[in-house]
Write a protein that binds this ligand. Sequence first.
Ligand code: ADP
Ligand code: MG
Length: 144
Amino acid sequence: MAIQQTLSIIKPDAVKKNVIGEILTRFEKNGLSVIGSKLLFLSKEQAEKFYEIHKERPFYAELVAFMTSGPVLVSVLEGEEAVAKNREIMGATNPAEAAEGTIRKDFAESIDANAVHGSDSHENAINEILFFFKEDEIFSKLEV
Ligand code: ADP
Ligand code: MG
C-alpha cells in the first residue's frame, strides 16, 4: 500500500446537477483527501489535448463537445492507493454497468455524460495532474 495522488474531474453533467459536494463527500468518506481543486471551463483545445489518447475512437468529437459544454471541477485526490480507490468509487464507464453505491450508478445518465473522470494509472495520474495544476496549487498532507 502506498499514498498516491490522482486526478478527478467532475464533468459538466454533474456540475449542472449541483452535486459537486455530494461527489466530493464520496471521496472523503472513502479515505481520499482533496489537496487541490478548481472550477474550469475547458477550451476545445484543452479538451482535445487532455483526451488525445482517445483521438482515434469514434466518440472523440462527441467527448470533446461534451467536456466543453459547461464548467468542470478538476481536483487532485490523495490517499492510500488513490488511483485504484478513485476508480472503484467512480464505478464502470457505462453507468448501466456501474455497481450499486458508485458515483456513476447514482449520478450518471449515459456512457458519455458519466459524471466523473479518474486517472487510470499512476503514470497517467502524474501527467494529468501536471496538465491542470501548478506545484503551488497542490497541498499534499505528506508535506504539512
Ligand atoms: P473512463 O472514463 O471510465 O476511464 P474511457 O477512458 O474508456 O473511460 O473513456 C473516456 C470517456 O469517453 C468516458 O468517460 C466517456 O465519457 C467517453 N466514452 C467512452 N466510451 C464511450 C462510448 N462508447 N460512447 C460515448 N462516449 C464514450
Ligand atoms: Mg479513461
